[in-house]
Design a protein around this ligand. Structure first.
Ligand code: 1HN
Length: 352
């Protein structure tokens, strides 16, 4: 190398400094970080126990109204990324409280949201002119850019998990949001319209399915999904890594119910320990029924109803249910699949 002699290190650093001033940088100092051999291990496995989160949420209920907060929710942040409202690289999780009489006013935004009901019976959300009353275990969708408001005309608090694609939309800087003119949007359809029109194995005769569209069925009741899992459990054929795991789908396309968030419901019978598994979609698990533990890498998480844990990207997981167990889970798998990025490792186990 010409004219640098023993001062190569200094010469390089001086060169890098000159590049930096001109908004340039040398690839070779960052190449292996940018293009890692395997996914980064910067995200942490973590668990939130419901009893604990619930106490904080009820405290929030005494400190702020839903109207003032707009949404009274406590964000579950991955311990690796404080302040970033991310539980996985691309997804957000929070627990929301809607108290009797609350008004969570109408608004809309380009972020898509899912609700998974943890506690309470009969509070409602309105989406695009239609109300749906929610029950524990229901999976409810607020599609991108649809007006939505929530209310609770029952006598008990309603608590649900919010899953949104906030970090993904933030990264792409594609956020738009609007407040409604009134707290409540106008209700233009009778309750039960969407399930009848789109969710009964029938579709309007000229219905045109658009690729990547959010499912027109915006409430997937637990009762029906749970009954399906029971039938499948009775039929046998458990997957070694997943037990029985079903994805929620848009009936018009067969694709995931939401374009940016893939959602799943899973059944593991008592004593059925799953085989080692990892995949590129970091996944949020909610325990709907049962208790037991999971090994996430070397970390043991003991769980029971409404506890929530997150499995990092490409981290090995096994589940060990001590009672019949149902998990709801969500990840960015659908996005990764469409981009040709999704991978899994079943460590030699064939799917059921
Ligand atoms: C939102 O609209 C809801 O509608 C919940 O319940 C959480 C987090 C960020 C932005 C919008 C809701 C949200 C949100």
């Amino acid at each position: 190398m010409a004219a640098v002699g023993g001062n190569l290190k200094e010469a390089r650093e001086a060169f890098y400094a000159r590049l930096k001033k001109r908004h340039m940088s040398p690839l070779w100092t960052v190449l292996h970080d940018l293009v890692s051999d395997t996914p980064r291990r910067d995200m942490q496995a973590a668990i939130w126990r419901y009893a604990d989160v619930r106490d904080y949420l009820m405290e929030a209920g005494e400190l702020i109204t839903a109207r003032e907060a707009e949404r009274r929710a406590i964000i579950l942040e991955n311990p690796s990324w404080p302040g970033e409202a991310r539980i996985t690289p691309t997804l957000y999780a929070a627990i929301q409280l809607v108290l009797p009489g609350d008004v969570a006013p109408a608004h809309r935004h380009t972020q898509s949201a899912l609700r998974f009901v943890l506690e309470g019976e009969g509070a409602f959300t309105a989406v695009d002119g239609e109300r749906t009353r929610m029950h524990r275990g229901d999976f409810v969708i607020t599609p991108s850019w649809t007006w939505h408001d929530h209310g609770n005309e029952t006598t008990e608090p309603m608590i649900w998990l919010d899953g949104l694609d906030i970090p993904l939309v933030y990264y792409m800087n594609a956020s738009f949001a609007e407040r409604g003119a009134a707290d409540r949007q106008e209700v233009t359809k009778p309750e039960g319209d969407a399930p009848a029109r789109y969710g009964s194995g029938l579709l309007p005769v000229d219905y045109k399915a658009r690729p990547y569209a959010t499912s027109p069925v915006f409430n997937y009741p637990y009762e029906a999904a749970r009954a399906a899992l029971d039938r499948l459990a009775a039929a046998g054929r458990f997957d070694p890594c997943h037990g029985i795991k079903q994805k929620y789908v848009n009936p018009a396309t067969g694709d995931y119910a939401m374009p940016t968030i893939a959602t799943f419901l899973q059944y593991l019978p008592k004593g059925y320990s799953t085989a080692r598994y990892r995949s590129t979609d970091a996944t949020v698990f909610v325990v709907v029924e049962g208790n037991g533990h999971s090994m996430v890498g070397e970390t043991r998480f003991d769980w029971g109803p409404n506890d929530l844990f997150v499995v990092p990207t490409w981290e090995t997981v096994t589940h060990h249910p001590a009672a019949d167990t149902v998990f709801f889970s969500y990840s960015d798998r659908g996005v990764q699949e469409k981009l040709g990025l999704w991978r899994e490792d079943r460590f030699g186990e064939a799917p059921a």
